[in-house]
Design a binder for this molecule. Structure first.
Ligand code: F6R
Ligand code: MG
Ligand code: MG
Length: 362
């Protein structure tokens, strides 16, 4: 057991209410009840919420990352929530636990996990971002802006503690290999990869002193049905202030909504809307994709908060802009670039249609 604190965020879709839109309150209560009871000798603190149809568990403890007991606790919590989901006949109950409740959707890659262990600073502000209807690569653009773009993060220019820059660990989802870039020196190399978020994703960001600054729930994609699928609704933890980007620098990239994949049937691009937790119920065309930001101060591992950071009126224009982009994208209907390229779609009828028409191709 360590004197350091570990922050573990787990997420899973174990049943949607209604369709793929949200999580029933009874499931969230069950998650809280389970963590309170089964976690009482293990956890320092916990917080349960949802974004869209995903349940998010924010846990603090001293067991370190990859601790079996913590992972088992999260798994059992999701299993218990699945029981509730089944009793209410929620949509796709247990879908992310590779259970028998198949929803006609081939994803099902198990829960997402982002964890980091660190020495708690005299004051430790953190933000947990959680998204629905998108992919792990959705964090590439904001993470680049937060930790490498001086037009976003003025601290890179004028804070002596940040002036040397940050290191980005980038994972190749197809090959399951990672590479680390030291920035700003290797900025242009970094961007070659980050600009392809379907394949290359930021796994973590470190200071030049090797202090952890950010971790995402990115993981190797399963290859299913001969295709890569990975619209697994990611989470991201970012530590802030005192030599790390300020809370406002960490939120700033979301003021200009970027396009991500994962909308409707995991097969469309759309803008990611920063919303309050209450607004995190995707409806239109099962979306558009959205992101919430839960801010906490850690106090000896206790989660003081959350502050629902995107509830601020300062993000109202971002929301309006995202809705305009959504209108524009929607009018493209089944055409790219609204619809994803063939090899990235989660759903396709191409093999069947091709088979039926094969004799007509001359
Ligand atoms: C789920 C999602 C939804 C579903 C769509 C079809 O995260 O993105 O858009 O893909 O509602 O779902 P099924 O195939 O379960 O009817
Ligand atoms: Mg779902
Ligand atoms: Mg989801």
């Amino acid at each position: 057991m360590s004197s350091r604190v570990t922050l573990s965020v787990f997420k899973a879709d174990v049943g949607g209410y209604v369709g793929h839109g949200s999580v029933h309150p009874d499931m969230l209560h069950k998650a809280e009840e389970t963590l309170k009871e089964a976690g009482k000798h293990l956890l320092i603190d916990f917080f349960v919420t949802n974004v869209g149809d995903d349940i998010n568990l924010v846990l603090t403890h001293r067991e370190g990352v990859d601790a079996e007991a913590i992972h088992a606790l999260a798994w059992n919590t999701f299993l218990n929530c699945t029981e509730v989901a089944k009793s209410l006949k929620m949509y796709g109950a247990g879908q992310d636990l590779l259970s028998d409740a198949f929803s006609g959707n081939i994803k099902g890659m198990g829960p997402g996990i982002a964890e980091m262990e660190f020495e708690e600073r005299p004051s430790e502000p953190i933000i947990v971002f959680m998204a629905d209807k998108t992919e792990p690569g959705a964090w590439n653009f904001p993470l680049y802006k937060i930790f490498a773009d001086p037009f976003n993060t003025i601290g890179l220019v004028i804070d002596p503690k940040m002036h040397s820059g940050f290191c980005f660990e980038v994972l190749d989802l197809f090959e399951d290999k990672s590479v680390t870039f030291s920035c700003p020196e290797e900025l242009y190399d970094l961007l070659v990869f980050l600009g392809a978020p379907n394949r290359f994703v930021v796994k973590s960001v470190f200071t030049k002193n090797n202090e952890i600054a950010a971790v995402s729930s990115t993981q190797k994609l399963n290859q299913m049905a001969g295709r890569y699928v990975g619209k697994d609704d990611p989470v991201l933890i970012v530590r802030c202030q005192s030599g790390l980007p300020a809370v406002g620098e960490v939120l700033e990239p979301f003021a200009n909504p970027h396009l991500v994949s994962g909308w409707m049937r995991g097969s469309h691009h759309g803008p990611i809307i920063p919303v309050s937790q209450k607004q995190a119920i995707p409806t239109r065309f099962d979306g558009p994709p959205r992101v919430i930001a839960m801010g906490f101060q850690l106090s000896s591992g206790r989660l003081i908060g959350p502050q629902d950071l995107f509830a601020d009126v300062a993000f109202d224009r971002a929301r309006e802009k995202a809705l305009e982009i959504a209108d524009y994208m929607r009018q493209l209907g089944p055409f790219e670039p609204h619809r994803l390229p063939l090899d990235e779609m989660e759903y396709t009828t191409m093999p069947q249609v091709m088979e039926r028409l094969k004799d007509r191709f001359k």
